[in-house]
Design a protein around this ligand. Sequence first.
Ligand SMILES: [Zn+2]
Length: 274
Amino acid sequence: MFSIGDSIFVTENSNGASNSGLIIGKSGAMMVDSTFFPSKAHRMVDFLSNITSKVLIYVINTHYHLDHILGNCAVDAPVIGNLLTKAYIERFDLEAFKSTLEPFLQRELKNAKLVPPSITFKNRIKINLGDKKVEIVKMGGHTPDSCVVYVWPDAVCFCGDLLFSEYHAEIEKESDLNRWIQKLKKIKEKPLKWVVPGHGPVGNVEELDNMISYLEKFKALSSMVKLKRVEEIVDKFGDDPILAKRGFALLFEESLANYLRRDKGAKYTGSHKA
Ligand SMILES: [Zn+2]
């Protein structure tokens, strides 16, 4: 577990799986994203009870993608999420999705249930943990319901999937890249010390610049792909560290295809990974 001081913890995943965080305040603890696996969310709760007597009082979902919310069912605390997140989760057919999974995943997720947020907000919500102030703000960009979670005075931002570090970003047909870039710039204006990505290791604000640059390059690349300017693409992006050094290479192709097809309408096809 990666720790920021002695009151904020984030999972360390060597495979780029979705992160989950714990914020421990004077009046209780909060979990940020419950991951794809109820068993993993459960381990987070165990970790919490091993290090403190503070009780988990809320789970926050940064957006509706299953790799951030499916663990909700393993946690005995109300879920806070955006109104849109709730609506997306409520209309998702989990059993149909499960039937498309590999048998070992079907076994693992046999008892998994969707638990939509029971505490909702439209644009932002503030939670006072005594010595910490937590603010959840809807941003959009990655998905229309994407939120970030600021924690003060620790100066930490849980960015959800607005930030991927060391891995390619998941870009869906419903992603709005201009808005995404604009919101990352907005986050950068805050006096932050740490940023927690949805996938990849915790970093400092430089990661926000990397992500802005990534999305700008992604946009430029996709317009070249559209025009089939292949040689130019290889020249310009072939060795570019912002693009070439990230994990999830297949996700990059998928994102590119999504982005190029986005005018044909958004459709959620299920979580791409655990
Ligand atoms: Zn996502």
